[in-house]
Design a protein around this ligand. Structure first.
Ligand code: BGC
Length: 720
């Protein structure tokens, strides 16, 4: 396992520290600018910082405020060690980009990186040096509120997202004033929370852990992520905050991660509630032994480590190791040389560019689920009724973890449409509240619908209904929204349903009766403008679902990469793997997303019919724009291993390509598929490239009926 170097100035600093100062470096305190966990409000941190009892802060930003606190740390503490300033800069800081699940729908690593870079620049300008992002939890359960924070159901998407976000946040040089340290979170299995309930236990097979949940973190480490946060959950009985085999042995030992492990909020103290520690001393010892360096907000290290040392439960060498890692991060961030380098107010220039980027990202995130009779784009001059509680809700457009982005700088759908359309082309009626009680006027909404040519029905969740501790047993349209929708649909005008959500919403009946459905997610600061562009046909929708969209809650968890069953669903046969009351397939599959116009895919071909270990397949497929509108089209590459020593998923994602095509254009998309990618974990969980046939498939989504297919053989490995 890599041990931090004790030499140089950080070694000297360590040598000069008292035990209390060492524990201080391992302690993260919250300020009161944002609350992200229980009991966050305190202003005692000032005294604690002065006493050298705090090494890092969260929930405090703003150049002036950060500078003042940093000054106290540097000038008024005995050793003058600067603080780290961390915050959940998850999808933007001042400029809010679409929530991660939405941004994932763009399937564009370059975009993912650019938005993280912009967020880093803004955050660093606000004095921050650390973000608790990217969130890389593969999530296949839309009941779990935190599905909104990550890249969806597929490990390959999460892997690419991981690398792009780490690159974006950290830039080429972590010490640069515009770079912030990334924290890949939450390691691991948090998305598999039992019954979709936050903080609940996870029980994952060793295979699933290694094939699905761990790879995004391995890629984050490979990309140089400076920090990692263990998740709140236990994994088969061992809370991740104390999971020595995964944190110390796998992450640090095998993967060579030498960065900082930051506990989740209060998670070390919660080892007591988990039932694996009797008191803080034991909890602190378990976490430190597992390799957790920083105690976020638990006070467990402060209160527990001295006792754990006294009891000889741990050795001070473990404390020193953790302190060295924290100091090394401060050094890498340039804080030891230049504690005040970050924290310059952003100039108007980049901010403007960031707004343009926010609009681009929002546009790219929108997913057109259906568009019967080409009701979209809206025809010029159509009279519009803009109805629903999410039509003019700028604050909600930001989603969860909106950083420091003000609601008043966020463009609602109504504002976006008003800015884009001639005056008098629309009427607006809210209808009902998002949830629960509130002023209602369904009759006015119906009257507005009747007087219009087309209804834009803006329904969905409030931002706070997805995210942390925002799980929903029935992830559908909340409150009286269905009632509103029924009444508006009964008015007989074509309805374009705009869904604001941080998860796929189970709303099959309303979706079926709407002429068109556009998922807007929580699209961020420029969302309203982006939605208006797409509705009017100024932009061609191109987003694709990064999660399967269920027909019914009872289908959850639902994802495309499931294994085959011995009794595939057959409505004619009773004893097959199906439900009596709902279909087995999702309403919309992973990858689904329409655009205006028509794209055709043909002639899937492979460079060779056979591939051997160390070899590579070059795969090509032709894509043509046969419609009348230019657009961006994404094509997915899947494989299927029909006969293997371990049953393989019915589809495995291996890549995707996106191309912009003018009407009449045609292009060839190319994929490289190294033979390694055809290997899997064998019965003993060791990587295995097995002789035999492999199906190669390409197409617009995980809907098997839309995929082109060809096959190759993996040749016998001659060396064995
Ligand atoms: C969340 C983390 C977050 C932290 C700090 C916790 O409750 O689980 O994702 O980074 O709070 O705000």
């Amino acid at each position: 396992m890599p041990r931090p170097a004790a030499g140089g100035r950080i070694g000297v600093l360590l040598g000069a520290m008292t035990l209390a100062e060492k524990i201080g470096q391992l302690t993260m305190q919250t300020a009161d600018m944002a609350i992200s966990g229980p009991g966050g409000l305190t202003s005692e941190y000032l005294d604690a910082v002065r006493a050298g009892g705090v090494g890092s802060m969260l929930n405090l930003w703003g150049a002036g405020r950060v500078r003042e606190l940093q000054r106290i740390a540097v000038e008024e503490t005995r050793l003058g060690i600067p603080l780290l300033f961390g915050f959940d800069v998850v999808h933007g800081h001042r400029t809010v980009f679409p929530v991660p699940l939405a941004e994932a729908a763009a399937f564009d690593s370059d975009l993912w990186e650019r938005t993280a870079r912009a967020a880093a620049l803004e955050a660093a300008a606000d004095g921050l040096s650390l973000t608790f992002a990217p969130m890389l939890d593969v999530a296949r359960d839309p009941r779990w509120g935190r599905i909104v924070e990550g890249p969806g159901e597929d490990p390959l998407v999460a892997r690419r997202f991981a690398a792009a976000k780490v690159r974006g946040f950290q830039g080429g040089d972590l010490a640069a004033h515009g770079s912030i340290a990334a924290t890949a979170k939450h390691l691991v299995g948090y998305g598999a929370a039992l019954a979709g309930r936050d903080y609940a236990q996870a029980d994952i097979s060793e295979r699933e852990l290694r094939e699905v949940y761990l790879p995004p973190f391995a890629d984050a480490v490979a990309a140089g992520a400076a920090a990692i946060m263990p998740s709140f959950n236990d994994l088969a009985g061992v809370p991740m905050t104390a999971h020595r085999p995964l944190l110390r042995d796998l992450l640090r030992g095998q993967w060579g991660f030498d960065g900082v492990l930051i506990s989740d909020y209060n998670a070390i103290a919660e080892l007591v509630q988990h039932g694996v520690a009797a008191d803080f001393a034991e909890a602190a010892a378990l976490a430190l032994e597992a390799g957790v360096d920083i105690d976020m907000m638990a006070g467990a290290y402060t209160q527990g480590l001295p006792a754990a040392l006294e009891r000889r439960r741990i050795d001070v060498a473990l404390v020193d190791e953790a302190v060295l890692r924290v100091l090394a991060l401060k050094e890498r961030l340039g804080l030891l040389d230049d504690p005040f380098g970050r924290g310059v107010e952003p100039s108007p220039g980049p901010e403007k560019a960031h707004r343009a980027l926010a609009r681009e990202a929002a546009r790219r995130s929108l997913v057109l689920l259906k568009n019967d009779a080409d009701v979209l784009p809206l025809r010029e001059g159509a009279r519009l009724a803009v109805i629903g509680p999410l039509a003019d809700a700028p604050g909600e457009m930001r989603g969860s973890w909106y950083g420091a982005g003000p609601a008043e700088e966020t463009v609602s759908i109504l504002q976006g449409l008003r800015a884009a359309l001639p005056e008098g082309s629309l009427v607006h009626a809210r209808g009902v509240a998002i949830d629960g009680e509130g002023p209602e006027d369904i009759a006015a909404a119906v009257a507005a619908a009747r007087a219009a040519d087309i209804v834009l029905l803006c329904l969905g969740e409030a931002a706070a209904m997805s995210g942390e501790a925002a799980c929903r047993a029935e992830p559908g349209l909340p409150g009286r929204q269905e009632e509103l929708a029924e009444a508006v649909l009964a008015a007989g005008r074509p309805v374009v349903l705009l869904l604001a959500c941080g998860r796929p919403l189970v709303a099959s009946r309303i979706i079926a009766r709407s002429a068109a459905v556009l998922v807007t997610w929580f699209p961020g600061s420029e969302g309203g403008h982006a939605v208006a562009e797409v509705l009017r046909g100024r932009a061609n929708p191109s987003g694709r679902l990064p999660v399967s969209w269920p027909v019914a809650t009872g289908q959850i968890p639902i994802f495309f990469a499931r294994r085959p069953t011995g009794r595939p669903a057959d409505p004619e046969l009773h004893y097959t793997s199906k439900y009596l009351d709902v279909p087995t397939e999702p309403l919309f599959p992973f990858g689904h997303g329409l655009s205006y116009g028509r794209f055709a895919l043909e002639d899937l071909r492979c460079s060779a019919g056979e591939v051997a270990a160390g070899g590579r397949l070059d795969i090509e497929v032709d894509l043509a724009n046969e419609g009348t509108v230019a657009g961006l089209q994404t094509v997915f590459l899947f494989i299927r291993d029909p006969v293997a020593s371990v049953a393989r998923p019915v589809l495995e994602l291996k890549g995707w390509q996106t191309a912009w095509l003018e009407p009449g254009d045609r292009t060839t998309l190319r994929f490289e598929l190294p033979a390694d990618e055809l290997a899997f974990l064998g019965p003993d969980l060791a990587p295995l490239l097995e002789e035999g046939g492999i199906e190669i498939l390409a197409g617009p989504s995980a809907d098997r009926s839309l995929l082109l297919s060809t096959s190759v053989r993996v040749a016998k490995d001659r060396e064995h």
